[in-house]
Design a protein around this ligand. Structure first.
Ligand SMILES: [Zn+2]
Length: 84
């Protein structure tokens, strides 16, 4: 028997969403997906959760790039200072 698609949403309405971190963008910004209805959320600039819209995906992609560049630089710095 095929499950109707409305069941997960109904579950969330009753018990609340069950979010899991799907992506760590920076130390403070993460992306979440609900295990049941697949709703996506992200941390916004105020530190609260908001719906992961294409706009926020774009912002997060930029943040991630900056964050990675920064941590990479930090790693290189630590590496060279441990050699010297
Ligand atoms: Zn949900």
């Amino acid at each position: 028997m095929k499950k109707p698609n409305s069941i997960p949403k109904m579950y969330c309405n009753l018990f609340g969403h069950d979010y899991q971190v799907t992506k760590r963008v920076t130390y403070h910004v993460k992306e979440y997906t609900c295990k049941h209805c697949k709703t996506e959320l992200t941390t916004n600039s105020n530190g609260s959760l908001t719906e992961l819209t294409p706009k926020f995906k774009e912002i997060n992609a930029i943040l991630e790039r900056i964050h990675n560049a920064r941590t990479q630089r930090l790693k290189n710095k630590n590496l060279s200072s441990s050699i010297n």
